[in-house]
Each structure stands twice: as C-alpha cells, then as structure tokens.
Design a binder for this molecule. Structure first.
Ligand SMILES: Nc1ncnc2c1ncn2[C@@H]1O[C@H](COP(=O)(O)OP(=O)(O)OP(=O)(O)O)[C@@H](O)[C@H]1O
Ligand SMILES: [Mg+2]
Length: 239
C-alpha cells in the first residue's frame, strides 16, 4: 500500500484553479522526484498537501497511511507524519531553531532525551552545529536555510517528506550533504517527494520515479532517466 495517495486533486488560489486533477502515489522508503516548468503548480501542490489555508482544495482526496486527511488542519497532518520543507523558508524572529524543533518533536511524541540525541546528530551530519542556537532562519544564508529544513526532517522523522527545491542555491559540497541526508531519511522509511529543477541532486540519489507536472496536471510518470531527458530536451519534448 502506498503511504501517500493523491487522487484527482483540484486546488484553487483565489478564484484561479491551479491544480486541475492531480493523481499520484508515494511509496515508503522511496525517493520520488516532481519536476515541471516554473509556475506549473509544484509548490501549490506541496502547500495544498500540507494544508495551507490559501490553497483551497475543490476536489479530490489525500490519503495518508490509508486515512483520508483532506479536511484536516495542517498541524494534524504534521502530527500524522506529513512534513513540508519550504522552497522559501520563512525567518521567525524570537524563536530559536533548537526550541522550535524541541516543541515540534514533543508534538510528534518524541521523548526529550531522544530529541537531544537526534538534534545533535542531525546538526553534526548537516555540518551546521554553529547554527543550533540561532533564531529560526534569521539571517541564514540561502544554503543554510535549506539545510535547516532538512534538519527538521531528520529530527521529526516523518512518514512523508515533501521537499520543495532543497537544492536551489546550494553549493556543490552542500548538494552531497543534502543528498546523503535525504537518502538516510528514505532508508529509515520516509517516502520522499523531491521537487527539483535539476537532475544534479538525482546523480547522488537512488530515484524510484519522476513525475512531471505541467499546467496543473501530471503529464508523465517514468523512471529516473526522464529527469535527464528533461535536462537535455526541455519540457516541450515531454510527451
Ligand atoms: N498565494 C498565491 N497567490 C496568487 N497566486 C499564486 C499563489 N500561489 C501560487 N500562485 C500561482 O499559482 C501558479 C503556480 O505557482 P507555484 O508556486 O505552485 O509554481 P511552481 O511550479 O512551484 O514554480 P517554481 O518552479 O517557479 O517554484 C503560479 O501562476 C502562481 O503565480
Ligand atoms: Mg515552487
């Protein structure tokens, strides 16, 4: 059984329909890529799955672990194991990264001692020990913000991780670190949906499937070679 099933999802922002019937599923412990031109609706899909109130679901269903979560508020989806790593992580003044994650981990019923261990390990493996006591994303560089999103994934150990462009603006060494951490999460059972424009990150990752979103619909689903075809020939060539 897939861990996440999205069935004929239709989503509007304001009075404009952005997603026009999107269906796909994610498997436990596998990495799936979602690609598509700018403005095709990738982030809209991620926000709608996470329950962002501006992204109105007008049709279809979201099934997490066999349970219909389409009408649940964001924090309940998160508690049930859905995680979103933002394309543009917000800066939150007055809230330290460690404190934010400690509270989030408690919501996910992670005992404090386990949290301490996971947090320290994750900081270390993402090479961001020096950021642990800073306010959440405040003044972080672009690459540091992306690593802070992955830190949250490693500590919260979600069932499904939607990662919206974790590679954008990341340097070449950072890409390897990020790829290794995504693979680690998948090895521990997380189903990953990796939104990306480039196959570079995919070089380092065992990919199960690539979905292509265009004009609010998934127009193709295929193996990892599809990412390289897109790199070579662009979206116009995807049939
Ligand atoms: N909050 C919003 N208000 C108005 N329009 C929005 C909003 N969010 C998304 N849209 C519109 O929905 C369409 C899809 O945007 P979305 O951010 O989902 O694209 P994307 O595929 O993630 O693009 P990119 O690759 O550039 O990140 C765009 O035309 C965008 O302007
Ligand atoms: Mg986007």
């Amino acid at each position: 059984m897939p861990v996440l099933e999205v069935k004929d999802l239709k989503v509007s922002v304001g009075d404009r329909e952005i997603l026009k019937g999107v269906s796909f599923s994610l498997e436990r412990g596998r990495i799936h890529a979602l690609m598509g031109p700018n403005g095709s609706g990738k982030s809209t899909l991620a926000f709608a799955l996470a329950g962002h109130p501006d992204y109105r679901i007008t049709g279809g269903r979201i099934i997490l672990n066999g349970e219909d979560i389409t009408a649940l508020p964001p924090h309940e989806r998160a508690r049930k194991g859905l995680f979103l790593g933002f394309q543009y992580p917000p800066e939150v003044e007055g809230v330290r990264l460690r404190e934010f994650l400690r509270l989030a981990a408690m919501e996910c019923r992670e005992p404090f001692c386990e949290f301490q261990k996971l947090y320290q390990d994750a900081l270390d493996r993402l090479r961001m020990k020096y950021l642990g006591d800073r306010e959440l994303n405040v003044g972080f560089s672009g690459g540091e913000k992306k690593r802070a999103e992955l830190l949250q994934m490693l500590v919260l150990r979600p069932k499904v991780a939607l990662l919206d462009e974790p590679d954008s603006g990341v340097d070449v060494d950072g890409l390897r670190v990020i790829a290794a951490r995504i693979e680690e999460a998948a090895r521990q059972g997380t189903a990953v949906l990796l939104i990306t424009h480039y196959p570079r990150l995919l070089e380092f990752l065992p990919l199960k499937k690539v979905f292509v979103l265009r004009d609010g619909r998934i127009i193709k689903e295929d193996g990892p070679e599809l990412a390289w075809e897109i790199e070579r020939a662009g979206y116009e060539a995807v049939r």
